[in-house]
Write a protein that binds this ligand. Sequence first.
Ligand code: IVH
Length: 666
Amino acid sequence: MRSQIDREIEELRERIRHHNYIYHVLDRPEISDAEYDSLFRQLQRLESLHPQLVTTDSPTQRVGASPAEGFRTIVHAIPMLSLDNAFTVGEINAFDKRVCKLLDVDRVSYIAEPKLDGVSVELVYENGSLARGSTRGDGTNGEDVTANLRTIRSIPLRLRRSHVAIPSVLEVRGEVYVERDDLLQLNEKRDAAGLPIFSNTRNLAAGSLRQLDPRTTSTRPLRMFCYDIGRVEGISISSQEQLLEVLSQLGLRVNPLYRLCSGIEEGISFYNDFQVRRKSLSYEADGVVIKVNEFALRKILGSVSHSPRWAIAGKFQAEQAITKIREIIVQVGRTGILTPVAILEPVRLYGVEISRATLHNEDEVERKDVRAGDMVIIQRAGDVIPRVVKSLTEYRSGDELPFRMPSVCPSCGSMIIRQQGTVARRCVNISCPARIKQSIVHFAGKAGFDIAGLGIKVVNQLVEKGLTKRPSQLFCLDRETLISLERMGPQSADNLLAAIRDSRSITLERLLFAIGIPEIGQQTARILAGRFGTLSRLESASKEELLAIPEIGPSITTAITDYFANQENRVVIEELLACGVEIKGEEAQLGHLVEKRFVFTGTLPSMTRDEAVERVRNLGGKVSASVSSQTDYVVMGVNPGSKGARARSLGVKILSEEEFSALIDQ
Ligand code: IVH
């Protein structure tokens, strides 16, 4: 007989699973983060009181395993095949002709799906619980990355109950991937912390799945879409269309952008449309996959070596170009990290002229054997910065120069250290001119003081001529000095002076980002500004106060307290304030909106949603996606959704746009 407590625990788990599902799979949250956290904590508390009742598929057990020494091999019961590629409409038509001929029919129905650019994996569910998960590997042998896959919120630890029977065995396959914005956000944090950045979403997904410590994986923004099966027992599925439906019924995440095509023409039109549409998606897709819909027909078609005859990947041309490397230089970043960069003969890549491409680090240059003077293929796919794909060694004349990482900093001649646990090398000198230049560029960048016209070329001259050693000195520059710079006419000098002058009034959030505190990206700066309201409160904040903020962990806390404990940093800030920098509405920032929770619905006529959200956050308030009993205000714009009704039923205060404006301007 199940005890009362047992039932209570299971009921809580079901509720949490339900919210996980609607949030991470359907992307339609119903409760606030705080409500979710409270359910989660209740479960954690009950489980800690009754450890014998903890099950491996409990939502609390995502990050449980301790670090592994390596990955075991898992043999896929049914090999995971790869796909043949088609690069043109003609090749897709040829695929269809082959299919029709082999089946002896005139037309075949297909399912066309986006082809995601991530890492393909297989999950094995036994009696509804996630038992194992592995990478594709060579198709037959994959790596056991179960502990890492369990940390991905869109992967259910247990299949969802619905009208579809839970299969006794379900091997489901799909792609683990990262969204573009998540890559940028993570890179921003890593850059601020002095860690090397990930060059594209696929590398981030692959690197995160291969972490030995699942706690690291759990901090990475991984998601999964499911699109295929291996072995299945207990249910029968006869087409791709049905498969996608069954998988979503079982709580697995399926990409909704697929299309059932009655013939290849519709598949081709999906391919053509998608080539444009993919640019506005939140994730990278490098093509479409066109698959015969009926499984019975797939069986007849069979496979050749490593790919099935019943599917084709319609790929989009990678954005590549061929050019010559003039030289390989080493760039020193704001945090001192050294990056080899290829200086190229300029070449156009999809409308943009490219003259440099990153080589990431020394190991990569060596592995790819890239030399100065080489002809190379460069590419911009999901990449943040164009990169060198490979050298075309057949063009070598023998005059090419292999790359050697300098033994001292190319900018200041100081010692270089290899950062522990990474391939990155770093200059140890905090006064290194290259580091100073990059920190000034960061300071004046869009997310910081946003000084138009202060790019790297001007900064180089200012630093090299000894005119600016610290960002604060930008505010002391005069017209005469600026005109003396190369390629700076009187008009540009005046514009720059005006831009510098106007930038002096800045929000606390931007200031915190601009001064370059390690680990503080835009997001963290916003949270800190909303919480503390004034710079002096943040400066004197204790570790305990910082740690009490849910989004702030121990390493950010240490970065902040170390930063303000350093006398030199305090001088930098004092100088900025002495030079006339003024923090906009500092006192007002912490005030009437602290801890107030807002939900927006509909369009606001006089400001964008982003602006409204920023205003609320700057005033210490919070914005959530859905209305709950914890919501303080629902701001109703034009064409509101169902949130208004929900607010009314919960008795939450509804504000018109005018009332909202009056509230934030108080
Ligand atoms: S179906 C045998 N569907 O593309 C066919 N694959 O080049 C099994 N991929 O290894 C794959 N999106 O990693 C399929 N919607 C999709 C896909 C997809 C991405 C990847 C997958 C596969 C590779 C083949």
